[in-house]
Each structure stands twice: as structure tokens, then as C-alpha cells.
Design a protein around this ligand. Structure first.
Ligand code: HEM
Length: 394
């Protein structure tokens, strides 16, 4: 809430102060007060791609995976997709969805995006047909400790926005409207800090305190488009999403020196700049040495994941920090981590080799453990008058 007020700008804060300073009956009619600038954006849901993929990181993200009910066929999927399309158009505009019992919870300028994906189980004949090139599950990794309750799913909706209430309401509508076709399997919610205290966009930090996302291809560039979007075939305009729920051991991480923390990745904690010099968005110099020693260690996370070690293969990463209580059998513990999201055109070609290299050697493995894994083929975008998944289901 504090972040929301802060990023709403001085105008909104002053307005709130003025209302508090006078009695309600003395207050000027609201209509005569200058309207503060809208803090967020209304993001149109139409286009060649679902807009939530390339949209800036949102403050709140909620991801729900659903399982299809046994008797759902292609025709029923079409009905669900048409329903969801209507919901998405209304919710994105800040209107109540059709039949919404609480339309007041929808408001425009909420940076709301809703992204729909399809799991491997629904990418088969009679449903969506084959998925995009390279789509499938992430193969098992040595360091994984996967739990069923955070893994898998036939469908996913990723709802992102600037406040948790708007996001939770949108999720509730989408899940309720899906009830005749699918049942929620798991749900994860997390936060990010995509703006600095003055409201300027920033990369944001994970719960280790690291600036996370600096090495990403930038949306709007040819590199981003080549990394993320399927180019040809039925899924053209879509993408593949990997969701890894990664537990982070904050207590043992805190025991490291700052130097150890920075060398585990290869970037500074202060602003995410490469340890080899230059500003945050500069690339790492993987050859740089100081007193004969590699500045970015051989097993530093960003070296092991670096595109130059993977034939230029990249992904576009987003994330949401989570903290939740978990029942351990010996009582309730607090668990923290990252709902890690990676978008790429070809999951097997771009994501899997990087994940395998990290599983083989990565300093961060000492403090991070994947406890959930799921993949979803992100549907291509839809134009006004059309519906989500139409080209795949008709
Ligand atoms: C880079 C943290 C998991 C792939 C980074 C950076 C940080 C970071 C701080 C440097 C800043 C940046 O470029 O964004 C973490 C944490 C993780 C995690 C805390 C787990 C909790 C993963 C996973 C993958 C991955 C699972 C892929 C399988 C990458 C890539 C880069 C990167 C490709 C960019 C390398 C470059 O171009 O310099 N990560 N990461 N990360 N990470 Fe991770």
C-alpha cells in the first residue's frame, strides 16, 4: 500500500492530506478537485501477442494452474476460451466481467494483464493439438526437490497488475468461469518492485537482495522478438513459459560476506552492475581477471547461464518473490523464494540446456532449490472480434 501511494505521485498524496484536514461536510465536492494523474496504465488485451509477456514486471503476479475435467473436448475448450476472452476484455478495461457479482473490484489503469497458457497434457490431438516447437516438460534435474502441489497443470492464467485486490478479483472471475471445464490445481502469488520511490521503472530485486533481470533481452527489440516469440506455424505469435518455484534459503545466504554474495552471481548488490565494470545493463566480461583470478568465477550463476556459453541461446526472465507459511510435519515454517518465469520460443532448445548447465554447476545451488516445475505453451494473441486460441481450436 505504501508503494502504491508513493508511486501515485505528489498530487495524490497532497489530495489525501487535504481531505483528512477538513471535516467531510466542509470538503469541496470531489468533482472540483483536480484529478490526480492515473498511477497505472490500462493495457489493451488485443494484438499479435498476449500483452502480459512483454509488459513491464508488475508489482503483483498471481499464477493459477488448472486441470481440465475428464470430459472436456475441443469444442468445450472453445467455449472456455470464448468465455475467458470476454472476461479478459472486460477486466483489462476495468469493467466487471460478464455476470460479475462484484464489478466494483475492477478498475482501469491497474496495469492489469492476463496471460493464458496450455500445459503439455492439453497439447494433444482432440484438444489444442501439438504444442509449439520444443514444447514439453522440463526434464528432471539433480538438484530438484519437486512437490506435486506446485507442479504441472493443463492450463494456466498468469494475472499481473499493480495491486493485489484487482489481481485477486480477476483470478477469482477467471477460475469461477472455468468451473464447468477445469479445476484449480495450484496457485502462487508473489510481488516485485518494478519502480523506484519516485515511480521510475527499475529492474527490481529478488529476496536475496540481488537486482534480477539485468541480462534480459529488452522488450521492443529484435533480440527480444527472436528470443520469445514462435515465428511460424499454428503457434506463431505464441511462446513457451517455464514456471519454476524456487525456494531460497535466506538465512544461510545472509551468513555470506558481501563479496561472496556478489561473486556467486557476477554482479554488484548495490545496483546490479557487472563486477567487470560498466553500468547495470552492461554485459559481463567473462574473460576479465584480477591478480590472475577470474573476476566472474567459473561457477558464478550469470556465467553459467550466459548466452555466450550456450551458442547465443537466451530466455526472457520474470519473477515474483513469495513468502508463505508451510506445514513441515514438525510445525509451521516460513518459506521464501522466487516464482521464476522464463519465456522463450523453443523450450527444449533455449531453456533446457541452460537449466542443465546450472544443475551441473552454479554457486546459487547452495541456497536455492526448485520445489515446483510446470510448463505452458502461451497462446498467440487475439484481435478484437476474435478469441483466444481460435486459430488452434477451429
Ligand atoms: C542472471 C538470480 C534462477 C537464468 C541472474 C542474475 C541474478 C539471478 C541476480 C544477474 C542479473 C541478471 O542478469 O538478471 C537468480 C536466482 C535464481 C535464478 C536468485 C533462483 C532463485 C535462474 C534459473 C535460470 C536462470 C532457474 C534458468 C534456467 C539466468 C540467466 C541470466 C541470469 C539466463 C542472465 C545471464 C546473463 O545474460 O548475464 N540470475 N537466478 N536463473 N539467470 Fe538467474
Amino acid at each position: 500500500l505504501l508503494g502504491y501511494v508513493g508511486s501515485a505521485g505528489v498530487g495524490a498524496a497532497a489530495g489525501a492530506g487535504a481531505v483528512l484536514a477538513v471535516g467531510a461536510e466542509d470538503a469541496a465536492p470531489a468533482s472540483s478537485a483536480p484529478a490526480p494523474a492515473a498511477p497505472g496504465r490500462t493495457i489493451e488485451p488485443w494484438g499479435a501477442h498476449q500483452p502480459g509477456v512483454a509488459a513491464p514486471q508488475a508489482a503483483v503476479s498471481e499464477l493459477v494452474a488448472l486441470d481440465l475435467l475428464p470430459d472436456v473436448d475441443r469444442e468445450a475448450l472453445g467455449r472456455l476460451m470464448r468465455l475467458w476472452t470476454g472476461d479478459i476484455e472486460a477486466l483489462a478495461a476495468g469493467r466487471g466481467a460478464p455476470g460479475d457479482p462484484a464489478p466494483w473490484l475492477s478498475q482501469p489503469a491497474s496495469d492489469l494483464t492476463i496471460t493464458v497458457g496450455v500445459g503439455p497434457g492439453a497439447c494433444r490431438p482432440g484438444l489444442f493439438g501439438a504444442g509449439p516447437p520444443g514444447f514439453g516438460d522440463v526434464p528432471p534435474m539433480r538438484h530438484d526437490r519437486l512437490q506435486e502441489r506446485w507442479s504441472g497443470g493443463d492450463l494456466a492464467v498468469l494475472v499481473a497488475g499493480r495491486d493485489g485486490t484487482t489481481v485477486a478479483h480477476a483470478v477469482r472471475r477467471l477460475v469461477a468461469d472455468a468451473a464447468p471445464f477445469a479445476r484449480a490445481r495450484w496457485r502462487q502469488v508473489g510481488s516485485w518492485n518494478p519502480t523506484d520511490p519516485t515511480g521510475r521503472p527499475q529492474t527490481g530485486r529478488n529476496l536475496f537482495g540481488q537486482v534480477d533481470g539485468s541480462g534480459n533481452p529488452q522488450p521492443g527489440t529484435p533480440l527480444f522478438d527472436a528470443t520469445v516469440w514462435v515465428r511460424e506455424g499454428r503457434w506463431a505469435g505464441g511462446s513457451s513459459l517455464v514456471v519454476r518455484c524456487i525456494r531460497m534459503d535466506l538465512d544461510t545466504w545472509d551468513e555470506l560476506t558481501r563479496d561472496e554474495q556478489e561473486r556467486s552471481v557476477g554482479r554488484t548488490l548495490a545496483d546490479g552492475a557487472p563486477l567487470t565494470g560498466g553500468p547495470e545493463l552492461h554485459d559481463l566480461d567473462l574473460e576479465a581477471r584480477s591478480q590472475g583470478r577470474l573476476v566472474v568465477p567459473a561457477d558464478a550463476h550469470a556465467r553459467r547461464a550466459h548466452p555466450s556459453l550456450h551458442g547465443g541461446r537466451r530466455m526472457f526472465r520474470k519473477g515474483a518473490n513469495y513468502t508463505r507459511e508451510v506445514e513441515t510435519g514438525q510445525g509451521v515454517e516460513v518459506e521464501s523464494g522466487l516464482v521464476f518465469l522464463a519465456f522463450q520460443a523453443d523450450l527444449a532448445d533455449q531453456f533446457v540446456p541452460v537449466q542443465q548447465a546450472l544443475d551441473e554447476s552454479d554457486q546459487l545451488n547452495d541456497w536455492t532449490t526448485a520445489i515446483g516445475s510446470a510448463t505452458f505453451a502461451v497462446l498467440p494473441g487475439f484481435e478484437q472480434g476474435s478469441w483466444l486460441g481460435e486459430q488452434l481450436l477451429t
